[in-house]
Design a protein around this ligand. Structure first.
Ligand SMILES: [Zn+2]
Length: 99
């Protein structure tokens, strides 16, 4: 979980998700076909999965194939936290500038 987070834009239609994080990498995938506020929320959501801390026991279960077992933060909480932070940043006026 070291190094800077990379964001890769990728159409994720088949995965039926707006974003995706693959455990053990530093890459977040975000579908470019979404509105800006949703994109912000999804970026925060996947970033939170990347930095989710888990116990050694949970990691062992992960290595046995249960990816979600390595997570300490419940999916519903990740969704709530990322929505709340995206909403806060949006209300504060943060927007993406394309450079
Ligand atoms: Zn999630």
């Amino acid at each position: 979980m070291s190094g800077r987070t990379r964001l890769v834009e990728k159409k994720l239609g088949r995965e039926a998700a707006h974003g995706m994080y693959v455990e053990g990498t530093n890459v977040l995938y975000v579908d470019p076909r979404q509105r800006e506020k949703q994109r912000l929320m999804v970026t925060l959501h996947e970033w939170m999965h990347r930095h989710d801390l888990a116990s050694a026991d949970a990691h062992a279960r992960m290595e046995d194939g249960d990816e979600a077992a390595g997570r300490a933060i419940e999916e519903a909480d990740v969704a709530d936290h990322s929505r709340d932070l995206a909403d806060l940043l949006w209300r504060l006026g943060y927007r993406r500038v394309r450079l």
